[in-house]
Design a protein around this ligand. Structure first.
Ligand code: C5P
Ligand code: C5P
Length: 474
């Protein structure tokens, strides 16, 4: 599927403006969101400018707020490109930054009218589902290719945001919509291969027990993050994880062994209370980045996205950016250490949630109020995992909250296909409830967030519970 013409046309002025600033030798300021999609997006734009001989400065931000806008106004660059956020802050950006060219490359809910001094590229303006059919990294790839056709070798990077944002919503966890266009370009460029199989990270490259333990989506209670338990599990079901002294990877298993592994894992997950849709999530389309060295975590598209997410959420986004820019030395070693810490943190938080029975069920929502116990940068990942385990009912979203040291609370909301089909849009709910509490919120129908003052958490949760009952057609 080719991108619709009206969508492609919306890139033209951005292409001209970026080329003009490159020619004039101006530093292009890129401000991006701190997750896998944000880092892949900023990486693609930075690399594009670098290849065209231009100058750039890339900054990663947790949120767009007055602190960021005031700093940018003071720096007063000639051009700012916002990637993977911005559409929710049109008026604020226009008012705070009236003196420069502004480009927004986003796929989030658009809030308010677009002021004239902003160029905005957002698939939602063209009837394209920005939550499922293309991520910000895909938008950045299309722009990059329009700046210089030779950048088509970056197509696989355009899919990283889609994997990080869980846009693999087609049959067998495949891409849909414009992500298929990117996939086809990446395959044509010999950057990407795909096949349907067990979905654990490092299909060809990691020992089986580690591949299962390292995978965070789907998160299997008792096995994810627990190599020792994975070894015991494989022994128990009778799958050899060593061939003589060589550890076997998933690609070394024959069809019968794979079937045995799938059915044993399914039975185990059901025994842990997971529902059938989360069990099916262990099979899907495996995306292999063909030009990456087989022994690295960049070989598997989902693992690459997860690594960037870890760098972002652990406040080490520059490591992720270096990797997208092409560093294959120091950055990989550092990133692997960050991923280790990130996994440990996630494991500790999940144990805390379960041991203390922290998830409360209200009439219309689940609530996890983690106070200061969970890092505000990781609460979104915890909410995604809890939601994806298939243990909570799929009829209610989970609203999670983590306090920050500055007196605010970070909210992360995650929904299910079932409730989205019933009419819920979590981005709109977060926006409405946050505004009523003096905060700000937004995002996608299925995954959204907000920032509010700590004193308002209870009020916020009460309002969300009320709005959900009104919005839903259940
Ligand atoms: O800002 P952004 O769009 O990039 O973030 C979306 C977030 O929501 C990601 O962390 C992604 O993993 C999460 N998500 C989710 N479940 C979905 C869709 C997205 O947890 N079904
Ligand atoms: O941070 P988290 O992963 O929970 O964010 C979920 C989604 O909500 C992301 O797409 C993020 O960009 C969006 N969000 C937003 N406004 C906020 C907080 C989060 O649009 N204030």
């Amino acid at each position: 599927m080719d991108p619709p013409l009206d969508f492609l046309k919306s890139f033209e002025s951005a292409v001209d403006v970026i080329k003009k600033h490159i020619t004039e030798g101006n530093t292009i300021h890129i401000i991006t969101h701190n997750d896998a999609d944000g880092i892949a997006s900023a990486g693609i734009i930075s690399r594009t400018i670098l290849r065209s001989g231009g100058l750039f400065k890339t900054t990663v931000e947790k949120r767009l707020d007055d602190v960021v806008f005031n700093r940018l106004a003071e720096e007063n660059p000639k051009i700012i490109v916002f990637t993977d956020f911005g559409s929710g802050y049109l008026e604020k950006i226009s008012q705070s930054l009236p003196n420069q060219d502004i480009i927004i490359l986003d796929h989030h809910l658009i809030i308010g009218e677009k002021p004239d001094n902003i160029i905005q590229i957002n698939p939602l303006n063209h009837n394209i589902d920005g939550s499922r059919e293309i991520a910000a990294s895909g938008v950045c790839y299309l722009l990059s290719k329009m700046i210089d056709e030779r950048n088509k070798d970056l197509a696989h990077l355009g899919l990283i945001g889609a994997l990080g944002d869980q846009q693999d919503k087609g049959n067998q966890k495949s891409f849909i919509g414009l992500n298929i266009f990117l996939e086809e370009e990446a395959i044509k460029n010999n950057q990407l291969k795909k096949k349907v199989d067990l979905i654990f990270y490092g299909y060809e490259t990691r020992p089986i027990h580690r591949a299962i333990a390292y995978t965070t989506f789907p998160f299997i209670p008792g096995l994810s993050g627990r190599e020792d338990n994975c070894v015991a599990f494989l022994n128990n079901v009778g799958i050899e994880f060593k061939n003589k002294e060589k550890l076997r990877s998933l690609s070394d298993l024959n069809e019968e062994e794979k079937r045995l592994l799938f059915s044993s894992l399914s039975n185990y997950m059901v025994s842990q209370g997971c529902d059938s849709s989360s069990v099916h999530n262990i099979i899907g389309t495996v995306y292999t980045f063909e030009k990456e060295t087989p022994s690295t975590p960049l070989r598997d598209g989902r693992e690459y996205a997860s690594l960037l997410n870890a760098c972002a959420r652990m406040m080490r986004p520059s490591i992720g950016l270096s990797i997208v820019l092409g560093d294959r030395n120091e950055s990989i070693i550092e990133a692997e250490q960050v991923v280790e810490e990130y996994r440990r943190k996630i494991g500790t938080y999940l144990d805390w949630v379960h041991e203390n029975n922290r998830i409360k069920e209200l009439s219309n929502i689940y609530v996890l109020d983690a106070g200061f116990e969970v890092d505000e940068n990781i609460i979104g990942v915890i909410a995604s995992i809890l939601q994806g385990q298939g243990i909570l009912k799929n009829t209610k979203p989970i609203i999670s909250a983590a306090n920050s040291n500055d007196g605010t609370t970070k909210i992360s909301a995650r929904g299910t296909d079932f409730i989205i089909n019933a009419g819920l849009h979590l981005g709109k709910i977060m926006q409405e409830a946050a505004e009523l509490c003096g905060g700000s919120g937004g995002g996608h129908d299925i995954a959204a967030g907000a920032f509010i003052l700590q004193d308002n958490v209870e009020d916020f949760i009460r309002r969300v519970n009320e709005i959900v009952s009104k919005q839903s057609v259940r």
